[in-house]
Write a protein of this length. Structure first.
Lengths: 117, 429
């Protein structure tokens, strides 16, 4: 068990949340709070950088989806960066690889998006 | 400034001040040792070596409510004590005093003339002659009523804390019982008897404090068709349980309306997406399927929304997944893709549905993922002896995971009974 820490920074494309530690039933509300604390403007991209994510259960998946809903409601998009293999596998089982755009790392996510917009 | 070195005469008035202060002190202080002895804020008592009271102060007499003439030369120290105090004096106090020459701070109760008991702290010391012979025992008696009251208060506090702990344990037990009942209400009490089909199920609860979100059911659709589902709500606790309940009844109702598996999952998706559209979303994975017995086999048609693939143990001893790739977690999008699959179950075949507690379990010292391949190999290694037998083997497997299994896990197995060997012989002869 490792505690969840979330660091927020701004890229040209929009906010980037670096998520490290365990995202589970106990810590998922922290991600929701962090997402509530950032502003995603219309057309902006919310990037969740999961490079430091140690563990993600179904409550964590729900929190990722809550972040997606928040981004879309404010007219933006969401992307997951550096998804650890185990979480990527679970996202594949539940079909969410069709719902989230996945990037190898945060730099690619923010770079690609700005090139596309 | 004056600096006469020969100044021996005090400043006027100085000596008078000193005299006045002395007078005040004298008035305030005990003017005699006798006064101090009699009116001291503790009891004093001198006894002969046999305990006969030789001298006692006024403070102690007042506590006792006795006259000096009733006590001195007539009573022993032990006569002042309660029965319990007498006993303690005899067994502990006196021997200790004899051995060490003094005892200090012993808690005893003295009895007063009006039959009250008064807690005191007693200290005694033996006075010896110059030759070392014991002559008498000097005893001080301190009023310990406040102290005893404080101790009683501590004791009461401790009892209250014990009571609170008992209460909280009882509350916890009641909560767990309520949670267990609620959990049970999310699952069928027992699976129905389906003609031409065998069924088995198992539910592993990871935590008695947290309602799990796994669910399953098996029910008739009419016309000889049966429907089944098994799913897993994202998250835990009462909110997840509420979704479990909603999902279960939605699936049953939708199946009666139109049993096509993709249609049923689409209905559930619409319900979940709309119900939880505002605010926090709620999602589940699910496999829903329909069984149609026909010609000695059972036609199986199922669909999955983000749920791990069903596994089929064949009568020939093989085991293979029935893949349903691309189906989406239910409730995420307003329109979601669900993937259907069909197969036939022949006599001796068993369909296994499970939640990912099983495949996501961690095993071994490295806590490696148990995984799909291990589950298939395990199932293939079991004799094809029907759903109950497979469920028994798998519940044993779950138990063997120990703390590597930290999620709720539901299992549902449905199988077509093997043809009795006697019947097949009858057919051939």
């Amino acid at each position: 068990m490792s505690p969840l820490t979330i660091t927020t920074r701004d890229a040209d494309t929009g906010p980037v949340l670096e998520i490290t530690g365990d995202l589970d039933h106990h810590t998922a509300p922290e991600l929701r709070k962090a997402v509530d604390g950032v502003t995603v403007d219309v057309g902006q991209l919310l990037v969740l950088d999961l490079a430091g994510l140690d563990f993600c259960d179904s409550s964590g998946i729900s929190a990722l989806l809550a972040a997606r809903n928040a981004a879309i409601e404010s007219g933006g998009h969401i992307a997951l960066a550096a998804v650890p293999a185990n979480t990527a596998r679970i996202l594949g089982i539940v079909g969410l690889d069709q719902v989230f755009s996945l990037h190898p790392d945060a730099a690619t996510a923010t770079g690609r998006s700005s090139a596309a917009s | 400034m004056m600096c006469r070195t020969d100044q021996s005469v005090p400043e006027p008035g100085e000596e008078q001040d000193v005299d006045a202060t002395d007078a005040v002190f004298t008035a305030l202080l005990e003017d005699s040792a006798e006064e101090l002895y009699e009116q001291a804020p503790c009891g004093y008592l001198s006894t002969l070596m046999d305990g006969t009271i030789a001298k006692i102060n006024a403070t102690l007499l007042e506590w006792l409510g006795l006259e000096r003439s009733q006590v001195v030369g007539r009573m022993r120290f032990t006569d002042l004590l309660t029965v319990g105090g007498k006993l303690y004096h005899e067994t502990h106090f006196a021997p200790l005093l004899q051995m060490k020459g003094e005892v200090s701070g012993i808690a005893l109760d003295i009895k007063t003339a009006d039959k009250q008991r008064m807690p005191v702290l007693v200290t005694s010391k033996v006075k010896t002659s110059e030759e070392g012979e014991p002559m008498l025992i000097r005893t001080t008696v301190f009023d310990a009523r406040d102290r005893r009251a404080y101790e009683m208060e501590l004791l009461r506090g401790r009892q209250a804390a014990e009571e609170a702990r008992r209460q909280s344990e009882a509350d916890r037990a009641r909560l767990q019982e309520a949670l267990a009942v609620l959990q049970q209400s999310l699952l069928p009490a027992e699976l129905p008897v389906v003609p031409g089909l065998e069924a088995g199920s198992y539910y592993h609860t990871a935590s008695p404090d947290l309602l799990g979100g796994d669910f399953y059911d098996l029910f008739p659709l009419g016309g000889g068709q049966w429907a089944f589902f098994l799913g897993d709500v994202c998250g835990k606790g009462p909110q997840a349980a509420a979704v479990t309940s909603l999902a279960r009844y939605t699936l049953r109702a939708a199946a009666l309306h139109d049993p096509d598996p993709v249609s049923v999952l689409t209905t559930l998706n619409t319900v979940l997406h709309e119900r939880y559209a505002s605010g926090e979303g709620r999602y589940c994975t699910a496999i829903f399927g329909v069984l149609q017995p026909a010609d000695g086999r059972v036609r199986l048609h199922l669909a999955s929304g983000g749920h791990p693939s069903a596994l089929i143990q064949r009568a020939d001893g093989s085991a293979d997944y029935l893949p349903t790739p691309g189906g989406l977690l239910v409730g995420v999008l307003p329109q979601a893709p669900f993937t259907a699959a069909r197969t036939d179950l022949l006599p001796g075949d068993t369909l296994l549905l499970y939640t990912d507690g099983l495949t996501e379990a961690r095993t071994g010292p490295e806590r490696e993922l148990y995984g799909d391949d291990a589950l298939r190999a395990f199932t293939a290694a079991q004799p094809p002896a029907g759903p109950q037998s497979l469920i028994t083997a798998l519940s044993g497997l779950l138990a063997s995971f120990g703390d590597g299994l930290d999620d709720d896990t539901a299992l549902l197995a449905l199988g077509v009974p093997s043809l009795p060997s006697i019947a097949s012989e009858d057919l051939t002869t």
